[in-house]
Design a protein around this ligand. Sequence first.
Ligand SMILES: [Zn+2]
Ligand SMILES: [Zn+2]
Length: 299
Amino acid sequence: MSNTNRRDFLRASVAAAAIATPLNAAQPAQNKTDSEQLASRLNHDLHTHTVFSDGAHSIALHILEARAFELEAVAVTDHYAPAGRISKSEEQFDLYLAEIERARSGQDDVIVLKGVEASALDTTGRISIDQQHAARLEWILCHLGGEAEGTLRNTPSDKRQYVENVVRTYMGLCDVEYLDVIAHPFNTGNTRPPAFPEDYPPHLLRELAAKMAEKKKVFDVMNDMIYWFHKTSIPPRELTAQYVELVKLFSSEGVMFQVSSDDHRTGLGNTRWAKLVVTRAGVPGGQIVDPKRIARREN
Ligand SMILES: [Zn+2]
Ligand SMILES: [Zn+2]
């Protein structure tokens, strides 16, 4: 009986697909090629955590998973936060680099980048990693976190001042030569007041986007952006719609993008929402970072 039901169900979806075909066929064939090309450019996870900061897995298991999931590339980007494990001890930093080196050698399944996620410290663009330590790494992110004075730390009560401070901080990060990526930009929902993507004046965003493009700073489309808004009551699909508009604006100024899980708890390679946003925003494949070029130090 259940087989019959199942066949009926299949027949129904075939019929539905047949009805849908004329609509799909209305799109130029070129679109399909573009979206296939985009999908292959997005097969990476360039922001992830391990036990060297607040992630759940060892580096070895982490890279084993990236290989199993057939990602093209993964970046290990543990927090390089003030007083964090790898920033406060040279031995731990050496061990971190050595473990990534060991786990990535002897396999060609996945490109593994040695990275960190640094912290912005204030609105001038000061960050928690210096040039000397950065020189030993291949992919350097910086985020706004609890240490970022004037934005996520001591958040101004005036929202206009707050969003200006956020943009000023990112403008400052653009001047850090050795920085590659701004991690999950505009993660400003869980503060009081919250700042939503649509709270940012477009002229400020355009100025920032132009500078990011000029200084080759990558925009990290991180999968779990809803986490940064969970203390607000914004409906998730509303956040998605607003974030898509942000990504569109940055894309139109020529900014490069990456996708990431920002994995802390076994979500390695989970970039489902990030891909949805990049695709919906119509980011061209040529504006997605190419991990092969990063690994060859060509970016
Ligand atoms: Zn973390
Ligand atoms: Zn992170």
